[in-house]
Design a protein around this ligand. Structure first.
Ligand code: HEC
Length: 113
């Protein structure tokens, strides 16, 4: 299990780096083929659906000990890892969301102030 987790997260990190290098954009915003991106920032809808219950739309709700995302020091890679694998009362999303969706929702969570 541990081997599987760490291999997955390395693949995520690797693909982030490659995408960023190829397109010269911030990871998480390459959504040209994603039709849901037309209306809202790509991660926003995902965040509302999957995260707002505990974290609140503004990231500050703190249900069940959920951390205030506006105060989190985790960077994109750390948030991707956290959302993918979970920790404590924070559920893992690797079976619900694709790696691309996790990138997007993590990037969106970084924009919360
Ligand atoms: C069932 C409630 C719940 C849901 C749903 C949830 N979280 Fe969390 N989250 C938590 C809890 C609880 C923690 C604190 C975990 C710990 O450190 O023990 C946490 C911690 C985090 C952290 C780490 C913050 C820090 O610096 O410590 C991030 C980032 C995060 N969540 C992002 C998300 C995102 C993005 C989603 C949606 C994909 C999400 N969470 C959905 C409960 C939740």
């Amino acid at each position: 299990m541990m081997i599987l987790f760490s291999r997955t997260s390395w693949l995520l990190l690797l693909s982030m780096g490659l995408l960023g290098a190829c397109q010269g954009q911030e990871p998480g915003y390459q959504t040209s083929t994603d039709t849901t991106a037309a209306v809202m920032p790509p991660g926003k809808a995902l965040f509302e659906q999957n995260c707002a219950l505990c974290h609140g739309s503004d990231g500050k709700r703190g249900l069940n000990g959920a951390h205030d995302l506006t105060k989190s020091n985790l960077n994109q890679a750390g948030r991707v890892y956290m959302v993918t694998n979970g920790l404590g009362n924070m559920p893992a999303f690797k079976n619900q969301l694709s790696p691309e969706q996790i990138e997007q929702v993590a990037a969106y969570s970084l924009t919360l102030q």
